[in-house]
Design a protein around this ligand. Structure first.
Ligand code: HEC
Ligand code: HEC
Length: 218
């Protein structure tokens, strides 16, 4: 993340300029596109996240989850320097704008080819996912609107892996206790495996042969 940090700072000037140019009088979809303009430097025009997988994909994410996270960054309940700067803009104090932007992002096609993990322990990942995570995130990993459960299927592995540690270290204040206690009890290799499995869920490529452990599968 050190190399990343410098480029994130460099992006701020650009972001602030784009935010200033967002116009209030626009049709709903055009308004949402304009609201998304400052985000493309980091999340990319198709909202598939950064090519290295450290900045998350937003395309196809649950709408109510997106709304909740934008509010959380703004209030400081979820801490991230880049996102705090962005969400502090007065535009994002208006629930109508948050609603429009979240609706727009949730309708975009999800990334079909996210960054994945090593593929080494997918059977462990699958077992863990099915027994613990699927209850909330769904067997297909698409999340759920009702309880603001995020889609994790097809999310980038590096981002998922970092969030798993953040939740286990109790740095994600909105994460449910059932999830944090499960993640806290998992070893690093188990966390790697479940993040890798989730990144591959819903992928257009077939899931690797989970019985061929240890050959890195690629
Ligand atoms: C300077 C880079 C940068 C810009 C610009 C930026 N983001 Fe982000 N965004 C990030 C990073 C980095 C994260 C991951 C934060 C973390 O690790 O907790 C993130 C996370 C998010 C998340 C949480 C996703 C999840 O799955 O929990 C949402 C939602 C989001 N950004 C929306 C936006 C929107 C909408 C905009 C534009 C208004 C925007 N971002 C602009 C860097 C950026
Ligand atoms: C009791 C329901 C529940 C269970 C069980 C659960 N989660 Fe979650 N998970 C959630 C909710 C709700 C959130 C959103 C938390 C927030 O708003 O910050 C979340 C967030 C996440 C995130 C962050 C996603 C993002 O886009 O930033 C990851 C990664 C994650 N869960 C992985 C897992 C894994 C892996 C398991 C199984 C070991 C698991 N979860 C089990 C409900 C659950």
């Amino acid at each position: 993340m050190q190399i990343q940090t410098r480029s994130l700072h460099a992006a701020y000037a650009c972001v602030l300029w784009a935010l200033a140019s967002v116009s209030a009088q626009a049709a709903p979809d055009a308004n949402a596109r304009q609201l998304y303009a400052p985000c493309v430097t980091c999340h990319q025009p198709n909202a598939w996240g950064s090519p290295d997988g450290f900045i998350p994909s937003l395309a196809g994410q649950q709408k109510r989850y997106l709304e909740g996270q934008l509010a959380a960054f703004r209030s400081g309940v979820r801490v991230d320097t880049a996102m705090q700067v962005v969400s502090e803009h007065p535009k994002f104090g208006d629930p109508k704008n948050i609603d429009a932007l979240a609706g727009y992002l949730s309708m975009l096609n999800a990334n079909p080819d996210p960054i994945k993990g090593s593929g080494a322990h997918l059977r462990v990942g699958q077992e863990t996912y099915t027994h613990i995570c699927a209850a909330c995130h769904g067997v297909d990993g698409r999340g759920a609107s009702g309880n603001r459960v995020p889609r994790i299927a097809g999310q980038h592995y590096p981002y998922l892996r970092r969030q798993i540690n953040a939740a286990a270290d109790l740095h994600r204040n909105l994460a449910p206790p059932e999830m944090t206690s499960a993640l806290r009890s998992m070893t690093d290799p188990q966390r790697d495996a479940v993040a890798d499995y989730a990144a591959r869920l819903g992928s257009s490529e077939p899931l690797l042969d989970v019985n061929r452990l240890g050959d890195n599968g690629k």
